[in-house]
Ligand binder design. Structure first.
Ligand code: CU
Length: 470
């Protein structure tokens, strides 16, 4: 983690006692050097060593932005810039982001903190930052043209406000939004409660990630920004399975996951093996009377959902979006279904013309993972991920919650695959097979269908009459 050392370098910077009105001028003269992240790894929690204490979050395949304290103000420096994001091993995308990555770093503060964020624009066009969900002065809300002039390329703007309520927020541009969000510009913001809060439980693990989506043609690098719905890469923090890190916890940890949706569609997020409560939204902690146990929660567009659960079942539990197309990587959606179609005759004829021709999909699409077909350079396989029992046949918005008895407290390292106790894995039945029992009733239905020949229906069409005949 490169940022830790930078953090210490920042922490030493602080001016003397200056009149309040002069503080911002002084601060601007001494712009904090931005911290840039070079790798897409999940960084360990950034334990605060200045400002008030809190229990830090872990950003999946991401990091928290270090700050400096300047006369009681928490100062951050975000740089909007083009980045190369590794979305999965072997597949890089040319995106726009903040401080070297997309999404940008997570910003963590404490309720009541005065926060000053310097935003430098290194993009080829103007930008702004909107602090989604925050209570703040209107002129700090970041809608270019409405609340402020846009930040032109090469310029730095300052946002300053008090983080008034605890919760989970997002940040993203509010200038040429369609292009800039399709290119990956977004980030997470967590405001921790200043003291024990009746609606915010203490947890041992606290994860966060953003849902985002891209349309990158196989073999190319830059997203198509005009796409509205038919994206081909469904990602968590601009990573796709198997490039998304697992969520590693200790047995009986209380776990929190914060999920923000800045895509163009909803994502029903589903956890295996446990029940969770939705304990927070962008509006803050949910009243206890509204909480019910769920295994799937829909995160609509522009929403954040915070879920809490007790990780009391050991194992490797799938955690994914329940839209099955969102757990796939780049593919064509306008491919006809070929299940049950016998290609043998066609393949033979085509082989005379195209020697390497092969047919896909007649037994389902699982063949796709087995054939290891050659794919263009810089393309993620459609569905893949080698598990302990074979291919997981997943892509996109998929990860694994790993619950382990021996995972040390506070350790986020991947413990490897779960070792299932003997006799607890589904197995092949090899005994005698009995005849399948079928309904004896006609048509194999509980209520026999009354067969009637269909009658041709005559439709009378009245041609429109011209209005001129009144
Ligand atoms: Cu989804």
């Amino acid at each position: 983690m490169t940022s830790r050392r930078d953090f210490f370098r920042f922490a030493g910077v602080a001016g003397g006692a200056v009149a309040a009105s002069a503080v911002s001028r002084v601060a601007m003269a001494a712009l904090p050097e931005p911290v840039i992240q070079g790798v897409p790894d999940t960084m360990p929690p950034l334990i605060p060593n200045s400002g008030r204490p809190y229990n830090p979050v872990v950003t999946l395949n991401g990091w928290t932005l270090p700050w400096r304290m300047n006369q009681g103000v928490k100062e951050f420096h975000l740089v909007a810039e083009p980045v190369v994001r590794e979305m999965a091993p072997g597949f890089k995308a040319h995106l726009w982001g903040y401080n070297g990555q997309s999404p940008g770093p997570t910003i963590e503060v404490v309720e009541g903190d005065r926060v000053r964020i310097f935003v430098t624009n290194r993009l080829p066009e103007h930008t702004s930052i909107h602090w989604h969900g925050q209570r703040l002065p209107n002129g700090m809300d970041g809608v270019a043209g409405l609340n402020q002039p846009a930040i032109r390329p090469g310029k730095t703007f300052v946002y300053e406000f008090v983080a008034r309520r605890p919760g989970t927020f997002m940040y993203h541009p509010h200038a040429d939004e369609m292009t800039q969000m399709a290119m990956g510009m977004m980030g997470f913001w967590v405001t921790h409660p200043k003291s024990k809060h009746p609606l915010i439980d203490e947890v041992q693990r606290d994860f966060c990630f953003l849902l985002n989506a891209y349309d990158v043609d196989p073999g190319s690098y830059t997203p198509k920004t005009m796409t509205m719905l038919d994206f081909n890469l469904w990602s968590w923090n601009s990573r796709i399975f198997p490039g998304i890190d697992s969520l590693n916890v200790r047995l009986n940890d209380k776990v929190r996951i914060r999920i923000g949706n800045l895509t163009m569609t909803n994502h029903p997020i589903h956890l295996h093996g446990h029940e969770f409560l939705v304990t927070g939204t962008d509006g803050g902690p949910t009243p206890k009377s509204t909480r019910m146990y769920e295994v799937t929660t829909d995160v609509a567009v522009g929403q954040m959902r915070q879920i809490d659960f007790l990780a009391d079942e050991e194992g490797d539990w799938a955690f994914h979006c329940h839209k099955s197309h969102h757990t796939m990587n780049a593919m064509g959606h306008d491919v006809p279904t070929l299940i049950g179609v016998d290609h043998r005759g066609v393949a033979k004829k085509l082989n005379q013309l195209v020697p390497d021709y092969m047919v896909m999909g007649e037994r389902g699409m699982a063949d796709m993972t087995e054939m290891e077909m050659p794919i263009p350079d810089n393309t993620a396989p459609m569905m893949t991920g080698e598990g302990p029992f074979g291919s997981v046949e997943m892509g996109g918005m998929f990860s694994v919650l790993k619950v382990r008895k021996n995972q040390p407290h506070g350790d986020y390292k991947d413990p490897g695959w779960f070792k299932h106790p003997a006799g607890t894995v589904a197995y092949e039945y090899t005994g005698a097979m009995s005849e399948p029992a079928r309904f004896k009733a006609e048509g194999a239905q509980s209520m026999p269908r009354v067969q009637k020949a269909s009658q041709p229906v005559e439709i009378k069409v009245r041609k429109p009459v011209s209005h001129g005949e009144h």
